[in-house]
Design a binder for this molecule. Structure first.
Ligand code: GLN
Length: 538
């Protein structure tokens, strides 16, 4: 089948959930047997979000091929079970970089290089790159930002041209906001009308409108919007607030969004999407009565999106274990010897979060010491694993000054250090150990049991590593290095086997956890937390 292109734009305000709508549509199309992928175009100048701090842009997601990507790619993978790559996330910075590289090479043969056609052509090439592989029936392209932003103009011009060239093989879904004005007791359509007008001024007529709303959109309002926006009334779909984002695909299906898309792109509609496994997940979520409580110790806990993939992985694991999930966010800067008991006493399990830099690190050590001594199920991820190693070195090996050279370059005991090949790198962008690497797990370890396999592949995002010169000392004292890269022998997983569940991973297992295939290590951790809760009789 000829590849179809679906563009998703947004209007009125940001944070309406374009990523969730795109993911939900992809989920439904995939459940109908189509080969689907989603890509995100971000209008900012950064080459990728790797250099952005979490206050700017939430979590940085990592694809298997080592691209530091927008967190929406995490939603795409969680909703669809597809693996995204570098080609699925393109920024203005990437587009300009490649145009400027071409200009320097002389590819433009003396022509004046301009936004139209050179930048727009480059955007079009990037949109079609995935389609040209022949691997997909549908390419869903989400355009970041809001219609009316200066930054998105070249992207929208590229969408206009592509719509013109592709005709019925393409479609535009526009997501807007319909506010409810309490004083007037009314849903207001004007922002949507303005936003669609803005899109029309740019030469794009949306085919489908998705209206984000907190109240049900009445038939009357739907008709009004259809009339003023040149959209068929049945192609005006509401996206009402729901208890979990994972319900959105069903809400979209109830309003036939998948069928509308198939019909408008002249794609055969056969039967219903196979959503039974998805329903099973939602039913489990709805039926769970017991709660498992996980403390997440990190320095970005006030930011809703900073630990997005960890939150979702925990939720998926808890759901499959028939439990509700309660995450207690514990600010690592606020944990001290004096209050650690009070902060952690109610936790069934503790996650020590990834991160960079010194801030909040001492609180992580305090929390880890408490968890280790009280045998609380504990999961250290990336920096969290490095902290496990440092805390153990200080407290058990008696190396009081042990540290990572990231925190103290002059430490006498560099139990976490840079690899030789990293030492000469001065650029910050894209220079970490990134993407999926193989890991061999020791038989009988908690990690190997969890995965049910000794050979796994997980994604990384870090510069510093466990220093193998100390390995024997750790192993003799009871912290085992149970996962290692088979080629480089870098330590990827540590465990204290004598504890209930005390595991640290240098990699980020949260990036590979999806609704239909949750990450085994999160499942194992949640089960350990549930068992611990039962054991101590809470
Ligand atoms: N800052 C640590 C490193 O660079 C850990 C990074 C992380 O937690 N993602 O190695």
């Amino acid at each position: 089948m000829e590849t179809k292109y679906i563009f998703v734009t947004g209007g009125v305000v940001s944070s309406l959930g374009k990523g969730i709508i795109s993911s939900s549509l992809a989920c439904l199309l995939k459940a109908r047997g189509y080969r689907v992928t989603i890509q995100k175009f971000d209008p900012y100048i950064n080459i990728d979000p790797g250099t952005l701090n979490p206050y700017e842009h939430g979590e940085c997601y990592v694809t298997v091929d080592g691209h530091e990507a927008d967190l929406d790619l995490g939603h795409y993978e969680r909703f669809t079970d597809i693996q995204t790559t570098r080609a699925n996330n393109v920024t203005t910075g990437r587009i300009y970089q490649s145009v400027i590289d071409k200009e320097r090479r002389g590819d433009y043969l003396g022509k004046t290089v301009q936004i139209v056609p050179h930048i727009t052509d480059e955007i079009k090439r990037a949109v079609k790159a995935l389609g040209n592989t022949g691997d997909f029936d549908f390419i869903i392209t989400e355009i970041g930002g809001v219609v009316g932003d200066i930054e998105s103009l070249p992207f929208l011009e590229a969408v206009r041209q592509l719509r013109w060239e592709l005709g019925d093989s393409s479609l535009c879904i526009h997501l807007t906001y319909v506010p409810y004005i309490a004083a007037a007791k009314e849903l207001k359509t004007k922002p949507t009308q303005h936003s669609v007008k803005k899109l029309q001024e740019l030469g794009i007529q949306p085919d489908v409108l998705v209206l984000r709303t907190e109240r049900d959109i009445t038939t009357e309002v739907r008709r009004k919007i259809a009339l003023f926006c040149n959209v068929a009334p049945d192609a005006v779909v509401q996206s009402i607030d729901v208890d979990t984002i994972y319900r959105v695909p069903l809400k979209m299906h109830e309003q036939h969004l998948d069928e509308i898309v198939l019909r408008k792109t002249h794609t055969p509609i056969e039967g219903e999407p196979h959503m039974a496994p998805w329903m099973n997940f939602l039913n489990k979520m709805g039926n769970a009565t017991e709660t498992v409580t996980i403390g997440l110790v990190g320095k970005y806990v006030e930011l809703q999106d900073a630990y997005k993939s960890i939150n979702e992985s925990l939720l998926q694991a808890a759901t499959y274990a028939d439990h509700r999930l309660k995450i207690v966010y514990i600010h690592s800067e606020k944990v001290s010897d004096a209050n650690v008991e009070e902060k952690l006493a109610g936790m069934d399990g503790v996650i020590i979060a990834p991160g960079f830099g010194q801030r909040g690190i001492e609180g992580k050590f305090v929390a880890l010491k408490y968890c280790r001594e009280h045998d609380v199920p504990t999961f250290g991820i990336c920096l969290g694993m490095q902290c496990m190693v440092i805390e153990f070195a200080r407290d058990v090996l008696g190396l009081a000054e042990a540290n990572s050279t990231e925190m103290n370059p002059g430490t006498p005991d560099n139990v976490i250090d840079l690899m030789e090949e990293q030492k000469s790198i001065s650029n910050m962008g894209g220079t970490m150990r990134l993407g999926a690497y193989e890991c061999r797990l020791a038989p009988g370890s908690k990690a190997a049991e969890a995965y049910g396999s000794q050979d796994i592949k997980e994604r990384h995002r870090h510069r510093f590593e466990f220093n193998n010169a100390y390995r024997e000392k750790f192993e003799r004292a009871g912290m085992a290095c149970v996962g290692e890269n088979p080629r480089t022998h870098l330590v990827e997983v540590v465990e204290i086997p004598s504890k209930r569940w005390f595991v640290g991973t240098q990699y980020h297992p949260e990036y590979s956890s999806t609704v239909l295939s949750p990450n085994p290590l999160f499942i194992s951790f949640i089960k350990a937390a549930i068992a611990y809760k039962a054991e101590i009789g809470k």
